[in-house]
Ligand binder design. Structure first.
Ligand SMILES: O=C(O)CCCC[C@@H]1SC[C@@H]2NC(=O)N[C@@H]21
Length: 253
C-alpha cells in the first residue's frame, strides 16, 4: 500500500473535544445524527474503557479517539474491522516513526513498539436484534506516557510509550490524519476484496508468529505455536492436542 497518509480522507468527519468520559459514549451519542463516518478525538477521558470491561488509563498527551460508521454486512463481518484497525494503526505509526521503528501487532489488535504495548483497540457495535446500525472503533495510543505499573493487571504485558521508546513528541492531532487515511484505505480494500488481503497484510506484521504463546480464554488456557489466523480472524494454535482455533483470548508471550 502507498505510504502517503498525509491527507484527510474525503467524506469523513472529525470532531476534537477537550474532555469527555469516553469517546465510545460520545460516538454512540453522535451515531444517529451522522451522514457518514466520523472520528471523535478527545484530549482527556475521565472514564475510558478497555477490552473485557477493563479500565483504560490515559496520561495527558496520549491519543484517544473513536471512529463511528455504518459497516456493511453482519456482526461476523463487522468483527473483522478489528484487524483493519490494527493494520491501519500500525501503518500510521510506521508513517510517523519511520521504517526503523520496531512495530508489530499482537493478536488480535494490540500494537507493539519494541515488543511493548503502545496501543489498544476496542470494538463495540450499536444496533438491535442482531442488526448492526453502527460500529465504534476506539483506539488508545501511549504517545506521551505509558500508564503507571500500579495500574496494570497482574501478568499484563508491560506498556511503553512512543516518547519513551523513541524520544519523539507526536501530538494526538498529528496521529489522527494518517490513522484516518490508513483506516479509510484498508476499509475500502476490505469492502472491495474481502478479508483475504487484510489477513495477508496482518500476518506479515504479526508478533510471535511461528512461536510458542499462551492463550487464556475466560475458562481455559492453551499453550501452542501460533500458526496463523483463519478467515474468521481466530488464532490457530498448534497444541499438544492438535490444532485449536481461538476466537477470543488474552495472549501471553
Ligand atoms: O483494552 C484495550 O487494549 C483497548 C483499549 C481501548 C482504549 C480506547 S481510548 C479511546 C476509546 N475510548 C475508550 O474509552 N476506550 C477506547
Amino acid at each position: 500500500m502507498s505510504t502517503d497518509l498525509g491527507t484527510w480522507p474525503e467524506g469523513v468527519a472529525r470532531h476534537v473535544l477537550a474532555r469527555v468520559e469516553t469517546t465510545m459514549a460520545e460516538a454512540s451519542r453522535l451515531a444517529p445524527h451522522l451522514a457518514g463516518p466520523a472520528w471523535i478525538l478527545a484530549h482527556e477521558q475521565t472514564a475510558a474503557r478497555g477490552r473485557r470491561g477493563r479500565p483504560w488509563r490515559m496520561p495527558p498527551g496520549n491519543f484517544a479517539a473513536t471512529l463511528v460508521f455504518h459497516p456493511p454486512g453482519g456482526p461476523a463481518h463487522a468483527a473483522l474491522y478489528s484487524f483493519v484497525a490494527a493494520l491501519a494503526l500500525d501503518e500510521a505509526l510506521g508513517y510517523l516513526l519511520g521504517p526503523a521503528a520496531r512495530l508489530s501487532i499482537k493478536w488480535p489488535n494490540d500494537v507493539l513498539l519494541n515488543g511493548g504495548k503502545i496501543a489498544g483497540i476496542l470494538l463495540e457495535s450499536l444496533g438491535i436484534g442482531g442488526q448492526i446500525s453502527h460500529l465504534t472503533v476506539g483506539i488508545g495510543v501511549n504517545l506521551a506516557a505509558a500508564p503507571p505499573p500500579a495500574d496494570l493487571e497482574p501478568g499484563a504485558m508491560a506498556p511503553v510509550s512512543v516518547a519513551g521508546e523513541t524520544g519523539l513528541t507526536i501530538t494526538p492531532e498529528e496521529l489522527l490524519t494518517p490513522l484516518a487515511a490508513a483506516f479509510d484505505r484498508r476499509a475500502r480494500q476490505f469492502e472491495t476484496y474481502g478479508f483475504a488481503p487484510i489477513r495477508t497484510a496482518w500476518l506479515a506484521r504479526a508478533a510471535r508468529l511461528g512461536e510458542k504463546v499462551i492463550a487464556r480464554t475466560t475458562t481455559e488456557t492453551h499453550e501452542g505455536v501460533f500458526e496463523t489466523i483463519d478467515e474468521s480472524g481466530a488464532m490457530i494454535l498448534r497444541t499438544a492436542h492438535g490444532p485449536r482455533a481461538i476466537a477470543a483470548a488474552d495472549v501471553f508471550f
